[in-house]
Design a protein around this ligand. Sequence first.
Ligand code: PLP
Length: 444
Amino acid sequence: PTAAAGAPADVGGNDGLFTAAQGVLPGGVNSPVRAYGSVGGTPRFLVSARGPYVTDADGREYVDLVSSWGPAILGHAHPAVVDAVQQAAARGLSFGAPTPGETALAEEIRRRVLAAERVRLVSTGTEATMTAVRLARGITGRELIVKFAGCYHGHVDSLLAQAGSGVATLALPGSAGVTAAIAAETIVVPYNDLAAVEAAFAERGDRIAAVITEAAPANMGVVPPLPGFNAALSRIAREHGALLIQDEVLTGFRVGPGGWWGLEGRLEGWAPDLLTFGKVVGGGLPVAAIAGRAELMDHLAPSGPVYQAGTLSGNPVATAAGLATLQAADAGVYARLDAAATALSSQVSAAFTAAGVAHRVQHAGNLFSVMFGEAAAADGVRDYAGAQAQDTFRYAPFFHAMLDQGVSLPPSVFEAWFVSAAHDDAALDRIVAALPAATRAAAA
Ligand code: PLP
């Protein structure tokens, strides 16, 4: 195959590019899951994307179910977003001074999420959660953080801690390079387990600064909160003088206009103290945010003593992409996202059933993923232990059979599938046509 436009001509297609990349980038990538480690094979090097499709360096087109890991809710290279970016770029790339677009983006966030009375823009979700944790510690004067096994909040040292071995077990470092002292400040409890949260607070409640949770977890596969779980976290944190940080980096402005809070907290009448956003809020460029009540957010410098800063924070080109994306994401867009996710997930489930593969498709709004195995099929998966216990070996053959037929899925069973509003009938039909062979591959 000939290399597609945009690929360096002398290194050929995917194979040549991966070889070259491995010579200069650790593992050949700039973010680990892109390396196809858990599914094997050569990662596809993408050279362009439009609507629901991506094109690789071999010139092959795929229906994309990664959507840049979430941001591309409108589909790739949406004309309104590209236009906004081009116009902003023509005015200058970065000024290191306040710009009008930052206020406009923050106001759009606040319009959608009432608890976002004040917003601080940063560049990545990791920065957002890192800052939220520092802010919670600065406000409360306490050091401990409660997080849930299987929830991902970016590569912040204290939030990389993985599952402890029971209620309120002090976590072990989840990555080399995270010191035991830092890990010891994170209490890891099983997801959806309120008794474990209560026990952690009963033991050390006067030292806990915050509970941080994905608003609806989608980094251990999709594991929705049980009814009332998030509301109870809010109550427990408040009773102990701690803060609730809801991480909506992935769910924010994707599962609905007001993110997961708009589907749940708004209806139930409660709100987290702090929220974090990313992905969609930047529309494909690096924007993320910390938000919350004014009296909490005003602890951030320069209003308050909790330091946070960034050379590229609120970058004018990036904020233009985010603002254009949110402005285009009207009720019709969310209706299309939900319809595409509903149609696709039911077809996926039917295909696995036809192939005799025990499974359950789990949903959190328009996010979904497939959990494999008899236990998952019978009872569903409600925590990280359940997610790890599934028949993970079924995913790699399924993934590659889909890829061979022109469908790009997330290269890990522990990731959500991301549709966009551009996934029209033609795109969905291509995915559905690939399912029989791929589900048979998974059954083997
Ligand atoms: N929080 C959640 C829920 C995420 O899914 C992610 C990234 O996938 C992050 C935080 C980190 O965001 P970033 O990759 O932009 O640092």
